[in-house]
Design a protein around this ligand. Sequence first.
Ligand SMILES: Nc1ncnc2c1ncn2[C@@H]1O[C@H](COP(=O)(O)OP(=O)(O)OP(=O)(O)O)[C@@H](O)[C@H]1O
Ligand SMILES: [Mg+2]
Length: 305
Amino acid sequence: MNKYSPPKKPGSLLERAGEIYDYIPAVRTVEHRSDATEALALEASRQNVSTVPRRPMATYDGPRVIVDREKLTEAGFIVPDGPVTAISEEFRIIKRQLLLAAKGSQKCEPVPHGERILICSAHPNEGKTFCALNLALSIAAEKDNEVLLVDADFAKPSILSSLGLEGNKGLMDALADPHLPVENCIIHTDIPGLAILPAGDQTNADTEYLASSRTEQVLNRLTQNNPNRIVIFDSPPALSASPASVLATHVGQVLMVVKADETTETALRDALSLLGGCEHIQLLLNGTKFSPTGRRFGSYYGYGE
Ligand SMILES: Nc1ncnc2c1ncn2[C@@H]1O[C@H](COP(=O)(O)OP(=O)(O)OP(=O)(O)O)[C@@H](O)[C@H]1O
Ligand SMILES: [Mg+2]
């Protein structure tokens, strides 16, 4: 994902990482396969008829909190029904690949539990929350899918504040209290298709709760009445906190955020080994200063910039 366009600089982390990590069979870079990604995006957009109206929200008719659009704009997030930007175009491509894995196609089977996507990185501040929220906003705009964004960074939750929302009970409360239905913790927003599950209160045993058998039951409840729901988990950094590796065992896909020119190869390898519980891992290069393919979205003819 680009921050701004060329001047060209040789040997980006992506280019260097592409060769180095390609031999890890489960891992593919999202941006590195740009041609394939574009082809998939085209194929998928042909399958998705844009005139299909949004499916009605299946299970919930209660109140919805209002997301602060100004806050979204200030922080550089995709604004629903806002202008097409480079970021929104990049997330359109990223989500398409993830949705294909989640739903499958005529050519490939869906990844088991591919509807559960963990956003992770090796270290703090590499853009996990930025990517998780933008991905959620982008998927929420889909006609056929809803998205539940789960704040799984129990020690340092930031999804609610990023959206200008107040605290609430959340996932950890539902894991710790067998009498608390997780559905009661979900916050429905005024953005069509977007709901939030806050982190809840941190405990001294977050990782143990996540590793308990109740977690799978709780996560199943998130989609049992909502087969079109994609569940995105914003996680803590893999090398700084233990929950990420346990979360990886519960999801079908991991999107590993790599901070351009900051995440080291050693850190990335180390983090990937901790996330081995998930077989389907893709890398997302964040904060690049140039596009290896010269591709840059958001400013071409038709989008008015
Ligand atoms: N591609 C990007 N373009 C612009 N700003 C970005 C980008 N990626 C991240 N940022 C900004 O960098 C900062 C850190 O990002 P973010 O909070 O998403 O990191 P994180 O990995 O979730 O950190 P932590 O591990 O502490 O939760 C935020 O202010 C975010 O808005
Ligand atoms: Mg974060």
